[in-house]
Design a binder for this molecule. Structure first.
Ligand SMILES: NC(=O)c1ccc[n+]([C@@H]2O[C@H](COP(=O)([O-])OP(=O)(O)OC[C@H]3O[C@@H](n4cnc5c(N)ncnc54)[C@H](OP(=O)(O)O)[C@@H]3O)[C@@H](O)[C@H]2O)c1
Length: 299
């Protein structure tokens, strides 16, 4: 028997596909995944589940008991999950970044899709990054895998600008080991940001500055006015859909790739990983409409 609550449909056979993290109050992923499950006849339902730091052992026992086949992860579990998995690809292991796990033939197999999803969003926006100089603000858990994917796309140079230079420098050294891409890092100051914005082709914002529920935002957005008229701005934050950085880029008439686009880019890759096919473009549009509706975003 099919039951419907609001936009959700499920049966008594429907399996849980949790997305776990902490905090999960701002998570919008279920609004994208559930319409795609319905549209593709997948009898699973995504639900955000808050798991505390140190709670992964209990969670994995629950996954086995409940027969969960797939789960997504967000911070702070992307690195600690690796010790519980049977197989993780080299790239995700190098950067300690797994955000999707499937159970296949009795084995837990995990991979990180943040890099692939980020590049899928760039491609879907019709942007070719080959030969570009990209500036990335932030050097957190998703940046390593993004760097490797950008190197594969033929980016000429990347400058990381981060609060903790030591952390960014560790990424730079690892990326140099695996790619020939030119990469450097500099400390995050208003002066450096202004100078960098004046010379890059593409600016990616990858910190939680401006994220819903996070206490800090950029104090000064002057760097946005230094970007050239053909510069591309990518904001990785999903919630809110229009951060102050994205709003300033929009005021300037610059091309913007939103965090929501990156999330949808990842979903395509996650469907291929879990089910062996990518959702059709009109189904991705269905998911986009559902997330926009959730945010009441008309941008
Ligand atoms: N669209 C999507 O599908 C998607 C997927 C995953 C993540 N995201 C978003 O991408 C962003 C980055 O995620 P992440 O997992 O890499 O985050 P993370 O591991 O927590 O890293 C955060 C980065 O932001 C910097 N930062 C944090 N607070 C700061 C502050 N007050 N001032 C200056 N810098 C600050 C950190 O600098 P330090 O190194 O100095 O600590 C670090 O480089 C987040 O906003 C997240 O919501 C989007």
């Amino acid at each position: 028997m099919k039951m419907t609550v609001g936009q959700l449909s499920f049966t008594l056979e429907t399996r849980l596909f949790p997305i776990i993290g902490r905090p999960m109050g701002q998570s919008s992923a279920s609004y994208a995944y559930n319409p795609l499950f319905s549209a593709n006849g997948i009898d699973e339902i995504m639900w955000p589940v808050e798991i505390p730091v140190g709670g992964l052992g209990d969670f994995m026992a629950a996954v086995r008991t409940l027969g969960i086949r797939h789960f997504c992860l967000t911070m702070p579990h992307k690195a600690p999950i690796i010790q519980y998995l049977d197989e993780v690809d080299e790239q995700s292991r190098i950067f300690n970044s797994v955000n999707i796990v499937k159970m296949e033939n009795g084995k837990f197999i995990g991979t990180g899709m943040d890099g692939k999803g980020n590049v899928a969003a760039i491609r879907a926006a019709g942007v070719n990054v080959q030969g570009m100089h990209i500036a990335i603000i932030g050097a957190g858990s998703i940046v390593g895998v993004i760097l490797l994917e950008l190197a594969r796309e033929g980016v000429e140079k990347i400058t990381l600008i981060n609060r903790s230079v030591g952390k960014a420098d560790a990424l730079v050294r690892t990326v140099r080991e695996y790619t020939d891409m030119t990469i450097e890092c500099i400390p995050l100051t208003d002066g450096n940001l202004n100078k960098l914005a004046g010379k890059c082709d593409f600016l990616m914002q990858s910190t939680p500055l401006g994220l819903a529920g996070y206490s800090h935002d950029f104090t000064c957005l002057d760097f946005m006015d230094r970007l050239g008229p053909r510069a591309i701005v990518m904001e990785n934050i999903v919630n809110p859909p229009l951060t102050r950085v994205a709003a300033r880029a929009r005021e300037r008439g610059l091309k913007i790739i939103y965090g929501m686009d990156m999330m949808l880019g990842q979903i395509g890759k996650i469907f291929e990983f879990c089910y062996g096919f990518a959702p059709k473009p009109d189904h991705i549009e269905l998911a986009r409409r559902s997330v926009r509706q959730f945010f009441n975003f008309r941008g």
